[in-house]
Design a protein around this ligand. Structure first.
Ligand code: FRU
Length: 492
């Protein structure tokens, strides 16, 4: 089927029940449905939005095009949870269709104010020539979960910027609200602008956030500013960054700058170098929130724009990442899966062994959905690591190369291949005697947390259902390791 503009911008109400049932039937037959990740019931999911804690629950929305695996008329879909693990379906959150969001309710964020949850998002509109006209829009959710739209709060793009102007992220400091918006300057370089408000309704433009980066890509999407202790952190997703050695290998990047707290009066932000948040193949447009326990938690889109995925054929695409707790250490963000995920652990298996120029599989160490933690140490091997989701001609491999001092994720033989023009191997420098891997394997994804959150590799993989093996290996010497594995009890 061809995804013409008409098909991409059909409203859900225009679609017959039969067509929706047929789409659901196709999705439900998909071999790649996840079991412990948030995924769309049909169609395409992209950015996490409105991530917040309100009225005793975590709320998370995501960009959703219901009718197929393409980017079209975007809704906000709403899920909520008491524990960040078990998510309840709360239905459509924001429906596009007003004059200010006629062509999509694009990304945005949430903040609690006077007993209500305020949702700020970008209304995408298109004129007759298909030119964009972005509005920054406001909707309010009450304690009953009812969401109503208010008039837009910003209807004009300020002078000096193009119509690529979107993704408001709000925070509060000393009774004042601030908002960053992803933007493109008229000279087609990416940047972030800053607004201020004392009531969330009327906003004043404070100018550009002045970073110390040289021109860095043509558009910065999904900015997020927050503070951890005495550090200011700016997360954003720049587009148009060329690959550089092992860095910036994906079509678009997401990363952060750490520095002194933002000087909100002058928009000044002094910081260290841009660092990628994730070193895997599929990660973009993350958003953070601070929860009632004071934790800073990040969720990302496990997917990328403009890439075809194997699930497209089944009428759906993408999922969200597991929630990660962020902490700061020596100018770097550490990312660890939230503790609550341990609730899912079932049927623990353990093993300790020494491998010398060999590969070994162990009883109970197999599966398609599990958590696997491994600590490797005392090594003189050239390489060591884990092959997983192995089967006939299939394996995904995480290897530590002790000569190059790099961790390498290889999905060349993971199963159905896709996006191969961006390469099938990702490498990340890591100089460490001990290598600790915490892996979450779901039906069609893997998230690998390295050395207590120093690095993360997030990737989709599409092995066959029968490929369930796990094999630990060493080449050119020996390595000792301890591993634990849990089946993960699913919530869907
Ligand atoms: C990032 C993004 C955002 C935009 C949204 C639309 O993936 O392009 O900039 O708001 O997706 O779905």
């Amino acid at each position: 089927m061809e995804w013409t503009r008409e098909r991409r911008y059909r409203r859900l109400e225009e679609v017959s029940q039969e067509e929706l049932f047929e789409l659901e039937r196709r999705v439900n037959h998909s071999l790649w449905r996840q079991t412990f990740h948030i995924q769309p019931k049909t169609g395409l999911l992209n950015d996490p939005n409105g991530f917040s804690y309100f009225n005793g629950e975590y709320h998370l929305f995501y960009q959703w095009f219901p009718l197929g695996p393409v980017h079209g008329l975007k809704y906000w879909y709403h899920v909520k949870s008491k524990d960040l693990v078990n998510w309840e379906d709360a239905g459509i959150g924001i429906k596009p269709g007003d004059y200010f969001d006629s062509h999509g309710a694009y990304s945005g964020s949430a903040i609690e104010h006077e007993g209500k949850l305020y949702l700020l998002y970008t209304g995408n509109t298109r004129d007759n020539d298909w030119g964009r006209n972005p509005y920054q829009c406001l909707a309010v959710m009450n304690r009953e979960g009812e969401i109503s739209k208010l008039p837009p709060v910003i209807s004009e793009v300020p002078e000096g910027y193009t119509d690529h102007f979107r993704d408001p992220k709000i925070w509060k400091k000393d009774d004042q609200f601030f908002m960053v918006i992803g933007a493109q300057r008229s000279n087609e370089t990416g940047c972030i602008v800053l607004y201020q408000s004392n009531d969330l309704l009327s906003w004043s433009f404070k100018g550009e956030m002045k970073t110390e980066l040289p021109p860095f890509g043509y558009m910065w999407e999904c900015p997020d500013y927050f503070e951890l202790g005495d550090r200011g952190i700016l997360v954003f997703s720049p587009q148009g960054i060329a690959p550089d050695g092992d860095l910036y290998q994906n079509i678009y990047q997401s990363g952060y700058l750490i520095g002194n707290p933002l000087d909100v009066e002058n928009g000044l932000f002094s910081h260290g170098k841009f660092q990628e948040l994730d070193r895997g193949f599929d990660f973009y447009a993350p958003q953070t929130m601070e929860d009632q326990k004071g934790r800073r938690i990040l969720v990302g889109w496990v997917g990328l724009p403009e890439i075809d995925y194997p699930t497209d054929a089944d009428g759906w695409a993408h999922c969200l990442s597991l929630p990660r707790e962020l902490t700061e250490k020596n100018g770097k963000l550490l990312q660890n899966p939230v503790k609550e995920l341990q609730e899912l652990r079932k049927n623990e298996k353990g093993i300790e062994d020494i491998l010398q120029d060999e590969g070994e599989s162990y009883v109970g160490f197999t599966g398609t959905t599990y958590e696997l933690t491994t600590e490797f140490q005392n090594h003189d091997a050239k390489t060591f690591g884990i092959e997983f989701r192995t089967g006939k001609n299939e394996k995904t491999i995480i290897t530590y190369d002790t000569i190059e001092k790099k961790l390498v994720l290889d999905r060349t033989h993971s199963g159905i291949s896709f996006a191969t023009s961006y390469g099938t191997v990702r490498k990340c420098a890591l100089d460490s005697k001990k290598i600790k891997l915490q892996m979450f394997v779901d039906v069609s994804s893997v998230e690998i947390f390295v050395n207590d959150g120093e690095e993360v590799f997030t990737s989709r993989i599409f092995p066959s259902q029968e490929s369930q093996g796990i094999r630990f290996f060493a080449t050119g010497g020996k390595v000792s390791f301890q591993a634990k594995k849990w089946e993960l009890q699913t919530n869907q």
